[in-house]
Design a protein around this ligand. Structure first.
Ligand code: HEM
Length: 303
């Protein structure tokens, strides 16, 4: 079977169930608004309008838990990795989106392998004879096994952990020079996690409650960073993080200033990882696959 968008959504539903009106994955979220202001260094990398020196554009950000379960508790194991999706509203009326999560990597290299992993997850129950489909898949895919078993501690706040765009993009500047990048979204306040004891007693909505309270006390800020590929770094394999010592360039500051409520208040919100202006192109084929799948998820949650 192929990894058509419908087949991938069916596979996600096989893991998490069908929940009317909800995203097939990252189903529980909360939305904030603010501004993105470009850094003085960004324009040297790309002609994209929001990256020009002095550019400042409105943003809408949705923070989310991983699972495709809209009632998932914020301290549930399936709530990680967390999502951060950013929509930039450009002056010409168009939008460009970055859809990132709180893990520097992805379990598999391709969309079809992702579907296979989801099918293995969905068909491996506690009473499935061993080795289960999941045992077999993880035996053949050590990176997926590492992803699933990596410690993913509960953050103090959606604003206290870094997010990674994972898929690579090609930036082109005004001289036609190309640079391959991956996004990182780094909280200016640093990384902070709950102790295991505090995570156990946290409430089911501690993260959405916390971020609403935090933004009421002052701007919640992140550094939008481009990690720059070296020659030889693969741009079409999101399962392999580029080395941490690669050069990074700050593209600007995301400053969130207001809560826009949870998903119920934002039913039409959708982020498309392939929505990019001139000066930015997807470099990883997974980006187009993701966008096609997100569109089907959106259509199914708006029947
Ligand atoms: C082939 C790979 C992938 C598939 C098939 C996939 C599938 C999906 C689907 C179906 C949705 C729900 C979309 C909607 O209803 O609006 C979604 C949302 C999301 N995905 Fe992916 N995804 C993939 C890769 C990734 C990667 C690499 C990341 C992280 C960098 C990621 C992070 C997210 C986040 C954060 C959301 C929530 C977006 C929002 O807040 O609306 N996904 N994904």
């Amino acid at each position: 079977e192929e990894a058509t968008p419908d087949a991938v959504i069916d596979a996600l539903n096989g893991v998490f169930g069908v929940h009317q009106g909800a995203r097939a994955v990252h189903a529980k979220g909360t939305v904030l608004t603010g501004t993105f202001t470009a850094s003085p260094e960004a324009a040297a990398l790309s002609t994209a309008p929001h990256l020009q020196t002095g550019a400042s554009v409105p943003v809408t950000v949705r923070f989310s838990n991983f699972a495709g379960i809209p009632t998932i508790a914020d301290n549930d194991g399936l709530a990680s990795p967390r999502g951060m999706a950013v929509k930039f509203k450009l002056a010409d009326g168009s939008e460009t989106d970055i859809v990132a999560h709180s893990f520097n990597g992805f379990p598999v290299a391709t969309t079809n392998e992702f579907r296979q992993l989801l099918v293995a997850l969905g068909t491996s129950k506690p009473d499935t004879p061993k080795p289960t489909p999941l045992d077999k898949f993880l035996g053949d895919h050590p990176i997926a096994k590492a992803f699933l078993t990596a410690a993913k501690p509960n953050p103090v706040s959606y604003a206290s952990l870094p997010y990674y765009g994972v898929n690579a993009f090609k930036f082109t500047n005004k001289d036609g020079k190309a640079t391959f990048v991956r996004y990182q979204i780094v909280p200016f306040g640093g990384e902070h996690y709950l102790s295991e004891a505090d995570a156990k007693t946290a409430t089911a909505s501690y993260l959405s409650d916390e971020i609403k309270k935090r933004v009421g006390q002052g701007p919640v800020t992140f550094n939008l960073v481009a990690q720059i590929a070296d020659a030889g770094d693969k741009v079409d394999d999101p399962s392999i993080a580029w080395p941490a010592d690669r050069k990074t360039v700050s593209l600007g500051t995301i400053s969130l200033t207001a809560s826009a409520g949870d998903d119920a208040a934002n039913p039409q919100l959708v982020f498309m990882p392939n929505a990019v202006p001139a000066g930015i192109e997807a470099a990883d084929p997974m980006v187009a696959d993701r966008a096609a799948t997100y569109a089907v998820s959106f259509a199914r949650r708006h029947p």
